[in-house]
Design a protein around this ligand. Sequence first.
Ligand code: FES
Ligand SMILES: [Fe+2]
Length: 378
Amino acid sequence: MASHEGAIGVNPNQYEEPMMKIPTMHIPGVSDTTDDTRTPFPLDQWYVAALGKELTDKPLARTLLCNKVVMFRDGEGKAFALEDRCCHRALPLSSGTVEACGIRCGYHGMLYNGQGQCLEVPGQDMVPPRAKVKKYHVEEKDSIIWIWFGRDEAAAPSCAPPDYTVHSSGDYIWDGSAFHYEAPYQLIHDNLLDLSHLGYVHLKTIGGDAKTHMNAEMKVKAEAKSVRVVRHMLNSAPPPTYTAAYPFKGLIDRWQEIEFYPSHLRIWTGAVDAGSEDINNPSRGGFHMRGFHGVTPETESTAHYIWTIATNPESNEEEVLKKVVDQTAMTFDEDKVVIEDQYANMLSFGEAPLVSIHVDAGANRARRIIDTLRTVAN
Ligand code: FES
Ligand SMILES: [Fe+2]
């Protein structure tokens, strides 16, 4: 895919607003979708519905892009998603039970298969032909459950869900979780594309010296549907999570490589002992943390943040993984507080103008991509 903006180096001392228009920092909760050429969210996309491990023997209810969905596995372990509403008297199917061939409503026991077709009405021989509920296209890949939302609800997905081989390659061990946000999904994008905040928000874990973060060399490259941000912090002090997980000798050369896509971000961070190897080398050693961040709108003003963190311990795998996961969860708790406070304040103050600074270069490009994808004519 051709890059339409090219790579830019962002010099903190010379930053000006980028040439292109920055999409207005719209305050969700105040809908801007009255114009029917716009959809509230990018469609014709795979979104992250859940981590595979979240689907056990119970139904999982989740509202995704304003759709109330129930997910479950059949007896063979295959994942399905249906509209979370029984067609008899509208009880959420998620309050029912999972069986080998589908999900049974918890009110009068109608049984539905993974296609949403009713298979059985207890006490009645005939199943009414119209007894069915909407089904969603779902695929489980690399331990992630993806769900397709298309402009044409009846159409099959036009592509396969993304790969995420960090989960399946065997080079890393990983775990993760799902957070719920009382804030719109694009504020999470902004946060993840701007890791300069580490030195202010995450001092107890992956932070470090705030000045080092704010002055880090940063390169931003935008494509039609992705943004890549690379930041390097050479000769910096290792933060607590790093020293807890890896035997660094002293100062470190640290990298942050962030890839944004409309449905998720991939963030590869890590470090080597300062001067020991080139941190541009794709197969560099040292300590690695690879984050997967599924950012799925729940509504226009709330979001699901479904994440995993993978690492490569030199030894004590389980112990290091636990440390990395615990500290990552603590870090994301800190982000959640900031982002929810930020959104509450935006609601209080309304659409008062906001000023961009150098750290926003990647986030502004991501906003522009989302803005474009929300236009129906696109
Ligand atoms: S409401 Fe589901 S079977 Fe009656
Ligand atoms: Fe953060």
